[in-house]
Unconditional design. Structure first.
Lengths: 244, 321
């Protein structure tokens, strides 16, 4: 447990001493603002909710979260510090969990920094707090799922670009699998409705959508958590079986 | 303290380390030699639990590295090849992290860091980030990390690589001093280093153990007892012919000529090593040859090393034949 905390502290320290963190935060905040107000038409909708804000997160995170996760293991390998870390008295699960949690906390901080949008809505009208809370919870879980996937791809390579591209594609697949064009295709091929539901159920979008509307369903939370656990376990196995 | 038995590592079906056994006791400094690509670093990585073993076992103070990795890893400090450390951290931050991960926090952590910093002379660079430091400092920062917790076992992969001669000397002194109370493995390319600090030597070649003994035993394998003579104002070839007639001389080599000087190496016949120098001196006096140098060469380690191991290129030739 102490090792995990030590690793989290080191990771966060490293993140905030590098310019990457600040570039990321600025880009993230600019992009959320741009999508919410310019494309999402926040004012035009004239509604006291954050739907035009939350709607973009599966897409926005698709590019931004792999940028955080891609360096996790690839960078350690490139610098040779993986050898140092794994010859210190730390187990592989502790190291994997520590790094993942540090990244997740960082993304959580980024989400907290979007709070002016909440103040804006509260100032302009009186929104229902429920969807805001579930929406943010959904965003946080979504960030964790993407992060676990990009950490996983990072464990397989020492090249950050390869890690970034593979994790973006994997996350995109997770979004698209429940999308009407894809499910429509399955329907055309004569897939039974059970399979359609299964495909849709695998989709990040399907589970995130409910949460951004204010529906709090335990199944959605279980979905995100099990996605993270699966990706983290694969990360651990990949790191244990590496050859150099 | 370190017990490696029949350690094997396959990469695919290619054996990188083909079954090596050795042990290191407390108070021993084991020199680990071998040509590049012989499997030294792979072996060290297996001992330290960074790479899994294909076969065999490694025990650190009775603690199996594969069965109880975390416990075993508490017992040693490790300086990997090329001395990696987190480039974006300050030296102080990096050492603090290394201490904390080994459970040294608060005052004990501070004391441990202060001790290591003093031994490695890092006081002046504590607040610099690692990537701004020179190679020598990189090495010392990583070495400081290895000795932070005062471990009973030290595993050092090329500890003097990248250091200047003064720092090399200091590092050797430090290792020798620590060797009195710890079990240490040192890998190196530098053969004098082995004589300077090691109490025992193993040499591996193409993944196999080819020598295990003391540095003295290693030197004893050298073609020793040859005599180096520098003659003044003498015709080299004539002197060589005359000297080769002596029964105690097996062979004479001309090492070099410089103005009126000629350097010779005289190899004694078997069993004639004793008093060889005296006999030659007598012979030189009889011919009335002037000499300005006459000494016995005690044998060169690199020759032994070359005879025990095969370099990459010769290995490939044999493979092709």
């Amino acid at each position: 447990m102490n090792s995990i905390l030590t690793i989290i502290r080191r990771e966060l320290g490293s993140t905030f001493t590098s310019p990457v963190a600040y570039v990321f935060l600025v880009m993230f905040l600019v992009l959320t603002g741009f999508f919410t107000f310019m494309i999402g038409g926040f004012f035009l909708r004239n509604e006291a909710d954050l739907n035009s804000f939350f709607f973009w997160f599966p897409w926005l995170f698709l590019l931004l979260v792999p940028a955080v996760g891609m360096r996790q293991w690839a960078e350690e390998r490139r610098q040779g510090t993986l050898e140092l870390l794994f010859t210190m008295p730390v187990s592989v699960p502790e190291a994997v969990l520590g790094k993942f949690l540090a990244g997740w906390i960082f993304l959580g901080i980024a989400l907290i920094l979007t709070c002016p949008i909440v103040f804006t809505v509260c100032y302009l009208g009186s929104p229902d707090p429920g969807p805001i809370i579930t929406g943010y919870t959904g965003c946080f879980l979504l960030a964790g799922a993407y992060l676990a996937v990009s950490g996983m791809t990072s464990a397989f390579t020492r090249n950050q670009i390869v890690s970034f591209i593979t994790s973006t594609v994997l996350c995109l697949l997770l979004v698209l699998v429940g999308f009407p064009p894809v499910t429509g295709l399955l329907l055309k091929w004569g897939a039974p409705s059970g399979m359609l539901d299964f495909a849709a159920g695998l989709s990040v979008f399907y589970h995130f959508d409910g949460m951004q509307r204010g529906v709090f369903d335990l199944r959605d939370i279980v979905y995100f958590l099990s996605l993270m656990v699966l990706a983290l376990v694969i990360t651990g196995v990949a790191l244990k079986n590496r050859r150099g | 303290m370190i017990e490696a038995s029949n350690v094997k590592k396959y990469f695919g079906d290619k054996p990188a380390v083909a079954g090596i056994s050795f042990s290191v006791r407390k108070g021993e400094v084991l020199g680990f030699l071998g040509p590049n690509g012989a499997g030294k670093s792979t072996t060290m990585r297996m001992i330290t639990g960074y790479l899994s073993l294909s076969e065999g076992s490694v025990k650190i103070d009775g603690c199996d590295i594969e069965e109880k990795p975390v416990e075993a890893k508490r017992l040693f400090g490790y300086l990997p090849e090329n001395a990696p450390s987190y480039q974006d951290m300050t030296v102080a931050g990096f050492l603090k992290f290394s201490a904390a991960i080994r459970g040294l926090r608060g005052e004990t952590g501070e004391a441990a860091i202060a001790r290591a910093v003093k031994l490695c002379h890092l006081e002046k660079v504590m607040n610099q980030t690692v990537d701004t430091l020179s190679k020598g400092f990189h090495h010392r920062v990583c070495f400081a990390q290895a000795i932070l917790h005062d471990p009973p076992v030290l595993i050092l992969d090329e500890p003097t690589d990248g250091l200047d001669p003064n720092q090399k000397h200091e590092m050797r002194e430090l290792i020798r001093e620590m060797g009195k109370s710890k079990a240490i493995i040192v890998s190196t390319h530098i053969l004098e280093e082995v004589e300077a600090i090691c109490t025992r030597v193993i040499i591996i070649d193409r993944g196999e153990l080819v020598f295990n003994g003391t540095p003295r035993e290693l030197r004893a394998r050298a073609p020793h007892g040859r005599l180096l003579v520098t003659l003044l104002g003498v015709d080299g070839d004539g002197a060589r012919a005359d000297l080769e007639k002596l029964p105690s001389v097996r062979r004479v080599e001309i090492l070099g000529r410089e103005e009126d000087r000629i350097s010779l190496a005289l190899h004694p016949s078997d069993g004639k090593q004793k008093n060889f120098a005296l006999e030659i001196k007598k012979a030189l006096d009889e011919h009335n040859w002037q000499f300005c140098e006459l000494h016995t060469d005690s044998g060169r380690l690199d020759e032994v090393f070359r005879s025990l191991t095969t370099s990459d290129s010769t290995g490939r030739k044999e493979g092709a034949a």
